[in-house]
Design a protein around this ligand. Structure first.
Ligand SMILES: [Zn+2]
Ligand SMILES: [Zn+2]
Length: 96
């Protein structure tokens, strides 16, 4: 006694991934995990100011290429991180 195989064609939905909308594990409030933050500069260096809970989180960019910590530099509203391996990447852009 054999049961018939029913083969269903699986339809794959392609998820559109927006680079700017992807989660940034190195840019998130450590208190509420929110990403509604702005980068600010304090006496201990750059930190993330959370607009949701008001918490402060040290800005610690991590290089996606080599995994080393990055150093933050500011240009206007844009913050660039540079690692010891010579990579630099756009870390964050503050809302105007
Ligand atoms: Zn928060
Ligand atoms: Zn690197």
């Amino acid at each position: 006694m054999s049961s018939g195989n029913s083969s269903r064609a699986s339809v794959r939905t392609s998820q559109e991934r927006q680079a700017q909308a992807r989660p940034r594990p190195d840019v998130a409030c450590r208190a509420c995990s929110g990403v509604n933050v702005t980068v600010q500069f304090g006496k201990y260096g750059y930190y993330l100011k959370c607009a949701d809970c008001g918490g402060n989180t040290p800005a610690k960019p991590v290089c996606a290429a080599c995994g080393q910590p990055g150093k933050v530099s500011k240009r206007g509203l844009e913050f660039t991180a540079t690692c010891a391996g010579g990579h630099s990447w756009a870390y964050w852009t503050n809302p105007a």
